[in-house]
Design a protein around this ligand. Sequence first.
Ligand code: ADP
Length: 396
Amino acid sequence: MKVLVINCGSSSLKYQLIDSDTKEALAVGLCERIGLEKGYLKHTPAGNDKIVIEAKMENHEIAVSMVINALTDKEHGVIKDLSEIDAVGHRVVHGGEKFASSVIITDEVVNAIEECNDLAPLHNPANLIGIRACQSLMKDVPMVAVFDTAFHQTIPAKAYLYGLPYEYYDKYKIRKYGFHGTSHSFVSNRMAKFCGLDINNSKIIVCHLGNGASISAVLNGKSIDTSMGFTPLSGLIMGTRSGDIDPSIIEYIANKENKNLDEIMHLLNKQSGISGMSGVSSDFRDINKAMEEGNEQAQIAFDVFVYRVVKYIGGFVASLNGVDAIAFTAGVGENDPKVRYDVCQYLGYLGIAIDEEANKVKGKETMISTPDSKVKVAVIPTNEELTIARETVALL
Ligand code: ADP
């Protein structure tokens, strides 16, 4: 089956056309600056160069029609016509407590996703726009929603409730939801196979360290805790997000800097984290370079990041009552040996030993712990699009 995987943001749309039999992406691409004066579609057919088409895309429907044109184009297309697309899999950020697994999209499902808009005001409305745009252009093609939150719906109440008056959970469903679920699910399963563990009898910690970053504790294949919470702002230090802070800081900054709530949320989401702490960049490649040049602020940002990861791992080892395997994934986890090495240096108490040569790997499934390490540690590249395609095929 050929599955078009769509990840729709407010002004962007990422896509991959995946052949679910070969697991290969036939084409990948991205529409940027939707709704703005000058937009781009970047389209890369497998094994060929990227092409960039400049065009004004007034709305997401026009962006989707450009994607279809790119996929079916005589020169850089990868399919003859639309009829070759068997299904569409949509990434949806928030499924609230309604969705503990992926679902075939019906009118009721669209309404239920809409009801979760309040919980993810930046993401869910954009995801819905993408769904509706595809529905109007591909009327008879079945579509599936795959939720970032679904995998974490197995987290028990003792881990998902905040220390707030219970009525706020009752009335507004304020609780930990967790995100990156598709990645945590894929990577924990892959890690079990890679280490020869039975997933149904395993304790795995997944460190998804990208621009957005989260860690999860996976017991017997089910998420029992994760570092992100009600929103993707909490937990680890991220590229531009603060992660956990004392909530009273918000009031303090408001008073000192005369900022309103919107401005402070912007500060915490976009100007904090590695970028805000280092004053250099949100990108670990730039941070590594700055550290090599002796930039102390970059070094401290890096150290704070590593230390937070270590604390979450330690907490989740306690939650799991032990750990069999730790997986590193996403942009930083897959490509930054120094992050992995520094994290693991703290974990000697678990009997973890790292093979420094193996740890030089970038972006490839590799065991980086030594054969006598008590806990297996590996790099497992994530593949959220392939997981969405697989879920889509499984449901249909
Ligand atoms: P997201 O999906 O959250 O946008 P990714 O998982 O794609 O993020 O991760 C992107 C980040 O990965 C970059 O911002 C950068 O910090 C990091 N990264 C990518 N390549 C490398 C590399 N070669 N070395 C170190 N860090 C890298």
